[in-house]
Each structure stands twice: as C-alpha cells, then as structure tokens.
Design a protein around this ligand. Structure first.
Ligand SMILES: Cc1cc2nc3c(=O)[nH]c(=O)nc-3n(C[C@H](O)[C@H](O)[C@H](O)COP(=O)(O)OP(=O)(O)OC[C@H]3O[C@@H](n4cnc5c(N)ncnc54)[C@H](O)[C@@H]3O)c2cc1C
Length: 714
C-alpha cells in the first residue's frame, strides 16, 4: 500500500473517530436542528452567503466521509434556505460529496478488490461498461439503496468519474426536491398543531410514496430502453403466442384459453413434445415391460418354480408406440382447438417483441402479432464432443425409441436419471449393459446412500456400473466399437454394439429469434422471478427456462408464465420453487422433495435426520419389495419438514404425502396423527413420522409419567 493511501485511510479513520468520540452526530440530529432553528434563520438573514457556504462545506464533508446525517441536513437545507436554494445547495453538495467518497473508495480499495474478486468484478464491470449509467441512475432514483454504499461500491467498478457525477446529480434530483420540500414544511412548524398542517402532511406523504413513484419511473425508463428501436403494432391480433407444444407450451395455451384470451400455440414437430413422444411416456411404458420380465425372473421368490417369458423386443417397442398413441389425444390439436386454442403446425421465429413469423412445412409463412409470448421451446440431448463419437451411430433419448433390435452389448454413457432408467430397462430386456459415469457415483444429485442402493441393485441384476470412468475416445477396431475410458489414470477399453448417450439435456436456444432480439441466454433462456425475459412481454417456461427439467415443473412454470403474460401489469406472480418434487423411475424408485443431506450441508442449513427402513414394512415384505428407506430432514427440535428422500417400490407415489405436507406447512406430528390404510406402502410415511416422534419424545416427562403409573399400581 502506498504512502498516500495510508495517509488517506488515516485521515478518514481520524474523521470517523472524531465524529463518534466527540458525539458530533448530536449536531446532525433533527432535535438539535430544531433547537437551533431560530438562531440559524437569524444568522442566514444577516449573512446569507456565509451561511450557505458553511452549510455547503459541512454537507460535502458529511457525505464525502460517508457519515450519517445527510438526510437531516437535507431537511435542514429546506428549512433554512427554502425549496429553490435548498435544492440547489443540496443537489451540488451531495453530488460533490458522493463523488469524493467514490474517488476515495476507488483510490483506497479498488486494487485490493480487483486482486481478490477480479473474476467476479470483470462480469460486473462488463455490465457497467454496457449500462453503468443506467444502473447508477436506477440506484440513485430508488432511495432504498443507501446513498453512501452506492458511492463506495461504484468506486470499485470501472465507471467513469464524469458519468458518476452527472448521473448521480440527475438521479438524486427528484429525491432531493422531495426531501428539501419536506424540510421547508418542517421549518414552518411553530407549534404541535403545525405538525398536522396539510402542507407538512403532504410532504411526508410524498416522502412515503416517493420510492413507489421512483420505482415506476425506473420501470418506465427500463421499458423504454428495452423496447427502443422496435415498432410496436398499433393493435394486436392475439393476447398470447406460445412457441412449442410440449408440457410447458400446452399448459400455457390451456390456461390462456381457460381465461378467454386469444391464444395461438405453434409447434414445429409433434404436439406433446419430449414428454409424450420421446421422454416420460415411452420410458415409463418400456420400464413397465422390463419390470414384468424382472418379476418373472424372480418368480421363485414368489413360490412359482418357473415362469418363462417369450418375447420379441420389436413387439415390446411397438407397445411403447401404442402407449404413446393412447396418451396422444390428451395433447392433440383437436383437443386444444376444442378448448379454444388456435393450433398452428410450423416453426416459429420471433421477429420483434410483438411479432412471430411462422414457417409451415410447405414453405408458406405467416406473421402473427401478439401482446405477449411464452417461449416453451424445450431441450434436446447433449452429445459431448468426444473424439470418434460421431462414427459410433450413437443413440439418444430422441432416437432410442426407433430401435427394433435389441443391442447385444449396450454402453450407456451417463449416470443421471435418464441414463439410469434406460440402463436398467435395457438390461432387464436382455442386453449386456455397461453404464459409464465419470463422477464417483451414479445419481449424483441424490444422497450417497441412494446411489449405493441403486448401484447395488444394478450390479445384482448383472449391470456393469463403471463410475469414475471418463469417456475419452471411441474407436472402431476390426469392425468392433470400443470406448476408451480413463479410470484412475489408466485407460479402460469397453467393447460395445450400441451406444446410448445420456449425459444431460441442453435448452433449445438457437434459430428462433433469441439472438436477433438480444434475449439473454446462458444454459437456458434467462428470466426473472416472474419468468420474464429481457422484454417484459416475452416469457419462458419449461426446459428452455430451467432450472428444472421435469414435466411437472414445466407445467408449474407455464401457469406463472401464462397468467403473468396475460395480466401484467395488473397482477403478476413470482414463480414459487419452494416445494419441488421429482422421482427417478429405476427399480427401486428414488423420489425426493425439498432438501437432502448434501444440499442442506452445502447451504449450511441445520437439520435432524429421521430414517425408516422399508425392509421393516409389512406390505413391502408381503410384496417381496422389502428394500429402501424413507429419510426425512426436519428443523432441529421441530417437526417441520425440510426435505424427504424415499427409495423403494412406488417411491414416486409415496412422496406425494410429503409434498402436500411441505406445501401446506403440515409437520410430522400431523402425518403421524393421520390414519393410513393397513397394509399399504404408504404406511412407511407414517412410520417415518413415528420414528421422528420416538427420537424426540420428552424423556424427562416420560420419567415422571412412569412414576405416575408406578404410583397408581400401588
Ligand atoms: C427419456 C426421458 C424421460 C423423461 N422422464 C420424465 C419423467 O418421468 N418425469 C418428468 O417429469 N420428466 C421427464 N422427462 C423430462 C420431460 O420430458 C421434460 O422436462 C419436458 O418434456 C419439458 O417440457 P417442455 O415443454 O419444456 O419442452 P418439450 O417437451 O421439449 O417441448 C418443446 C417443444 O417445442 C417445440 N419447438 C421448439 N422450437 C420451436 C419453434 N421455433 N417453433 C415451434 N415449435 C418449437 C419442439 O418441437 C417441442 O415439441 C424425461 C425426459 C426424457 C428425455
């Protein structure tokens, strides 16, 4: 640190110490000012220039040193100098003081902050570079952000001093006028009744509503800036255009039609999106066939000496298509048209914040105007750029449903939910499956014991689960496909006939206007808590918006997106992610709602754990499914549920009781006090609540109760 910096720090510290140790704050209080008001006014009447200068210098000093008292000084300015001169003096003094504080912060701290937080600061600075003036203006306009903090923090960014000065002065002007005006009224108080004078009350009302007005002005300015350069159509043909007819798009359109809005749903491929055509529905249908086979293989466990299944893989896959066909009417154009939705088959492209171009299969185009839009364009499988992968003829969750011949040796790349579900399913259908995962365990989002239990089951079913194996390269040697994976520093070669890539899904972000409109994207379309993109009338929901990639979260978001799109600015809702459940449909199923232990630890949230083993559950024993557990995290010492993980038969259904409980603030005591039918798997939930009760029983009280009973026995 240079000498000049040390001197400046010492001077600032000395000023702060003097301020507090000599009680200078007393002179900056409203009481003190009131007691001196008459004397000050007399002084001003005799020596106006001197008083103005003294006031000005004091104001600059207080703000430059970031000392408390600027608000009182502003009110005093109004009282002593009146609205015009008070405003002039305060406006310049506060801006000069703020700029000095800004420069001091820059001089003393900037290098240090740059060294420590350089990476993060770079992103902030990039934003400041683009819109620094506007950000600062917003901060200045809305007086909820402390004045001194803005000065100090802005000093750490790359904003230019000149910009800082004029934007601060302009941004603070309105607030200054309101405060000085309140001060002019304070000055007129001569008696208690003066407090209730209409002018004073009016000034304070103005002070109270100023933040709201400022917020509105800021919003207006932001809107103007965002929409600048776009020509808004004089009227709109539609209230809402929804891009994509997967889970998110269908629900958005449904809601819009239900509330009688004019809505158009545009789909370029198949209605129903991934869930119906290549996701939830086919995967669950295939899992069902595979489960039947697994039961038959386990027939001896059920007292049946032999049960032989004869099947043709192609027929099983045809059944999957029949299931899709059976569910299809729920998502069909006929159904939605009947509900009042205009359904258009074609590719949508956003061409302005209010216009969407549709290109139909025959090449014809149509332009739609709309007040709002919901982007529900979904996601697609991610294929990692591993050398040689393109020559493998790999499958993904998009294409695997076209298989009609079971591969003999299948490599599944990926240990997430989709990879794990398909691994077990194909193994049960008779393929030799090797699951390759580079992380130390499969189902990494879940607690380790979930991964362990599922891995054990996979291995017991003959699946090779290779964790800590990083796929490096694909080779074809003598006509045979080989995956080379790195494991503990050496290469492992895995021969295979087919490869299924299931390493995650990426949002569809290209080719439909996001780039042209400058709608920000990272891994997904960036939205605020109302699911609005940069353009407040363009919303996003579902896999394209993230952060979750489930059908039920897509539908959940769709409600918010559609309602907000149709009713903003009169009413809008923040998307509520407080209770999000999901399940992985491996066998045994793994389901979760809320926190697990990993997340609670990461977020530093204290918790108690209660565990109930499903191996103890009568119905699970009778069903031959006595495996798994219910694990409940609660607030220490309370029955409030923080999160639940269930592994076991039908875990995805069982968890519903806890989802409801968490959503409506129902604790474990109430679950325990609820009758559950005997014998059902659902009893596991009650027994978990019972285990919590037992562990939290009031021991002292029970000792006294034991004495009470002993006394009654005589
Ligand atoms: C194998 C697998 C199993 C799954 N299992 C489950 C499960 O059990 N439970 C669960 O909750 N979730 C599951 N999911 C996830 C679930 O399928 C997705 O989360 C869900 O489909 C997301 O819906 P969406 O509407 O956001 O996107 P999508 O369903 O992908 O729909 C987006 C639609 O937008 C269309 N589109 C894109 N761009 C345009 C454009 N420019 N113009 C017109 N149309 C366009 C696409 O053609 C597509 O139809 C599974 C996924 C997979 C792959």
């Amino acid at each position: 640190m240079t000498l000049q910096r040390l001197v400046l720090i010492a001077a600032l510290l000395a000023a702060a110490v003097a301020y507090y140790s000599f009680g200078l704050g007393h002179y900056l209080s409203l009481d003190y000012f009131k007691s001196q008001q008459a004397a000050l006014e007399t002084w001003r009447a005799t020596q106006p220039a001197k008083v103005a200068l003294a006031y000005f210098v004091a104001y600059v000093a207080v703000t430059a040193l970031s000392l408390p008292g600027a608000a009182v000084m502003t009110l005093a300015g109004g009282a002593i100098f009146g609205l015009l001169w008070g405003t002039v003096l305060v406006s310049f003094a506060s801006t000069i003081g703020a700029t000095l504080a800004f420069l001091a912060s820059r001089f003393v701290l900037r290098d240090w902050v740059e060294q420590r937080f350089g990476e993060r600061l770079r992103t902030i600075n990039a934003g400041i570079e683009r819109e620094g003036g506007f950000y600062l203006f917003t901060l200045r306009l809305v007086p909820v952000f402390p004045f001194f903090l803005i000065n100090l923090l802005m000093g750490l960014t790359t904003i230019r001093t000149r910009t800082f000065y004029w934007v601060s002065q302009a941004g603070m002007l309105l607030g200054t006028i309101v405060y000085v005006n309140a001060g002019t009224q304070l000055g007129k108080i001569t008696s208690l009744s003066g407090i209730l004078s209409p002018a004073l009350v009016g000034s304070f009302v103005l002070l109270g509503i100023f933040p709201l007005i400022a917020k509105k002005i800021t919003e207006r300015l932001r809107m103007k800036k965002v929409y600048a350069g776009w020509k808004r159509p004089p009227r709109f043909e539609r209230n809402l255009v929804v891009i994509g007819a997967g889970s998110a798009g269908l629900v958005s359109a449904y809601i819009a039609a239900a509330v009688k809005a004019k809505v158009t749903l545009v789909e370029k491929h198949q209605l129903g999106g991934d869930c119906l055509n290549t996701g939830c529905v086919p995967s669950k249908a295939l899992i069902r066939s595979a489960k039947l086979l697994s039961h038959m293989r386990r027939s001896r466990e059920f007292g049946i000496r032999e049960a032989k299944a004869e099947f043709d893989f192609a027929e099983v896959m045809e059944r999957v298509q029949r299931v899709i066909k059976a569910v299809e009417p729920h998502d069909s154009a006929e159904r939605y048209t009947g509900l009042g939705v205009e359904v258009i088959a074609g590719a949508a492209k956003i061409v302005s914040p209010w216009e969407v171009d549709i290109t139909r299969e025959d090449g014809s185009t149509q332009r739609l105007t709309t007040r709002s839009m919901v982007i529900a364009a979904g996601a697609r499988p991610f294929v990692p750029p591993i050398p040689g992968i393109e020559d493998t003829g790999y499958l993904t969750s998009d294409t695997v449903w076209n298989l009609r011949q079971l591969p003999r040796r299948l490599v599944v790349l990926g240990g997430g939910p989709i990879g794990s579900e398909l691994t077990q399913t194909f193994a049960r259908l008779g393929a030799e499956v090797t699951q390759v995962e580079m992380a130390p365990r499969i189902l990494m989002r879940e607690d380790p014991e979930v991964s362990e239990l599922v891995t054990q089951r996979f291995r017991a079913e003959g699946i090779a689960v290779l964790v800590d194996h990083k796929a490096k390269q694909f080779l074809i040697e003598s006509g045979e496909n080989i995956l080379v994976a790195e494991h503990e520093g050496r290469d492992v070669r895995i021969p295979f006939d087919a490869l299924l890539v299931a390493v995650g899904r990426v949002a569809n972000l290209k080719g439909y206007g996001l780039e042209e409109l400058g709608i920000a994207t990272g891994r997904t379309v960036e939205t605020n808590e109302f699911l609005q993109t940069k353009y407040p009338n363009i919303y996003a929901a579902g896999d394209v918006a993230g952060p979750y990639q489930f059908t039920h979260t897509a539908a959940h978001q769709a409600w918010y997106a559609a309602v907000n799109a149709l009713f903003d600015p009169f009413r809008k809702f923040r998307a509520d992610y407080s209770v999000i459940p999901w399940a992985t449909f491996v066998d045994p199923e793994a389901a979760r709602v809320g926190l697990n232990e990993i997340e609670a630890k990461q977020r530093g949230i204290p918790y108690d754990v209660t565990r109930y083993g499903i191996d103890d559950l009568d119905r699970a024993i009778a069903d031959g499914e006595a495996e798994g557990f219910v694990k409940v995290l609660t607030v220490p010492g309370k029955d409030k549920i923080l999160g639940v993980t269930i592994v076991g038969e039908h875990a995805g259904d069982l968890i519903a009781e806890y989802v409801l409980a968490m959503r409506h603030g129902i604790g474990l005591n109430k679950i325990l006090g609820t009758i559950h039918i005997y014998p059902t798997l659902a009893e596991a939930n009650k027994y978990a609540a019972g285990a919590w009760k037992k562990a939290h029983a009031p021991q002292r009280l029970l000792e006294w109760v034991a004495r009470f009973h002993a006394w009654r026995r005589g």
